[in-house]
Write a protein that binds this ligand. Structure first.
Ligand code: SR1
Ligand code: MG
Length: 433
């Protein structure tokens, strides 16, 4: 078996892209997995269901159980072999998933089997969960989501930060993810650069958004703002972030939430994960009108989405601060520097200031995440499934208008309700086309 260093550095010699027959043979050779599936291997049903941008995903079902099997391809699936991508992302995903299982048990899929040479991971089959983005397009409300996602973010971010780790442990942890730079580069290009310049892979709902796309490519204030965010993404190793925490990376039922696909994980700014969740909820909000069967039929859903934006931030803050107050075992803010009542009070003020800074980061990253999904390469079905292109453009224009304001006037957004208020005000705004 290859070492994790080999897995990080190139295509392992035992790697081959598996078809359904290869996968059947591979899994049949692992007694624990075969036992879990049950029955004879020839009778297992195996279907490739991947609809993401990068990987193969198989659903395998036997007589007594099922599995989801993810295999990394040596290229970007969305684009093809012309865009090579290291298989090492399966190693980092496995590493991140292992960490997230420890910190957020029940909030990520359990790992059943990992094969570094094949860049393959078999996980608990999530049934009847669906990709949250699909549920949001259908107008479904998820009452347990806020509690689950805020627990996931607060715990994974806090316990990988300097607030919880010793300096040495933190530096070792940064090093263990530092090789995931090819995935970071995708983010650096597709989120922080391409939508702001002419890039071959950019696309948008033309002709309606042509003028807005051109304005964004010409707006130097916006270019400064996105470049500051990019610098933060490049340089701020604040915590182990999921790195792609959109609603396509979350599977849900009415009562359960599972975060999947942490292949973009690395030590980066916490606000990037929080902003990803907020941005994708806000896009679901703006896309909602495009999925209405009749006027007003999704009002309750839209109110829930905005309330969820609010509660994701406030719930995250509450849980993160509770951990900071009770589990601050890291080298940051040494207790000996904050003695007595005065010290405790001063430290509490500092905690609030830290969260205010994190909010500013999250607002900026929220904006960046919205703009990339409307003007860049990788779009989302919230908007894409709106068949009437002009109506889609109207929904997207509203989201873009909010995003530009969030990015250019970040400091004026001092609390999450100022963000939801701005979104609500744009819900019926008519762009001039
Ligand atoms: C080429 S990969 C495009 C996007 O898919 C992933 O989900 C990430 O969001 C990435 O930016
Ligand atoms: Mg993904």
């Amino acid at each position: 078996m290859m070492t994790s260093a080999e897995a990080r550095n190139g295509t392992p010699s035992g790697y081959r892209i598996l078809n359904e027959i290869d996968l059947r043979n591979h899994l049949a050779g692992i007694p624990s997995v075969a036992g879990q599936l049950g029955g004879s291997a020839e009778r297992w049903s195996i279907t490739e269901v991947g609809d993401g941008n990068l990987n193969l995903v198989f659903i395998v079902k036997g007589s007594s159980g099922g599995l989801a099997v993810k295999q990394a391809l040596p290229y970007v699936r969305l684009v093809g072999e012309s865009w090579p991508l290291p298989l090492s992302r399966a190693h980092y995903e496995h590493l991140a998933l292992t960490y997230q299982n420890r910190l957020g048990p029940g909030l990520v899929p359990a790992i059943i089997h990992h094969d570094p040479a094949l860049a393959l991971t078999a996980m608990e089959l999530l049934e009847p969960h669906i990709i949250m983005r699909r549920g949001l397009v259908a107008g479904t409300i998820y009452p347990a989501f806020v509690d689950h996602i805020t627990t996931f973010m607060a715990r994974t971010l806090f316990f990988s930060s300097d607030l919880a780790l010793s300096a040495a442990a933190k530096k070792d942890a940064i090093a263990s993810f530092a090789g995931n730079h090819a995935l970071c580069k995708i983010t650096e290009d597709l989120i922080f650069t391409d939508p702001y310049r002419i890039a071959e892979q950019n696309r948008w709902t033309s002709p309606w958004l042509d003028a807005t796309a051109a304005e964004i490519r010409a707006d130097l204030d916006l270019h400064v703002a996105i470049s500051r965010l990019k610098l933060k993404f490049l340089s701020c190793a604040e915590a182990l972030i999921h790195g792609d925490l959109h609603t396509g990376s979350i599977m849900v039922t009415n009562t359960e939430t599972r975060v999947i696909d942490p292949e973009f994980a690395f030590y980066g700014p916490m606000g990037f994960d929080v902003g990803a969740v907020l941005a994708n909820l806000l896009m679901a909000y703006f896309a909602s009108e495009g999925h209405e069967q009749e006027r007003g039929s999704r009002d309750a859903f839209e109110s829930w989405v905005l309330a969820t934006v609010d509660e994701v931030w406030t719930g995250f803050v509450d849980k993160f601060l509770a951990l900071w107050r009770s589990e601050a075992t890291g080298d940051a803010y040494p207790p000996s520097l904050f003695p007595g009542e005065a010290g405790a009070a001063r430290l509490e003020t500092e905690r609030q200031a830290y969260m205010a800074g994190l909010f500013q980061d999250a607002v900026g990253f929220t904006a960046a995440k919205i703009i990339r999904r409307i003007l860049g390469l990788a779009h989302n079905i919230d908007f894409e499934l709106i068949e009437d292109a002009k109506q889609r453009a109207v929904c997207e224009a509203r989201a873009l208008r909010l995003a530009r304001t969030l990015m250019l006037e970040t400091a004026s957004f001092t609390s999450i309700d100022t963000v939801t208020k701005a979104a609500r005000e744009l819900r019926h705004w008519q762009p001039g086309f």
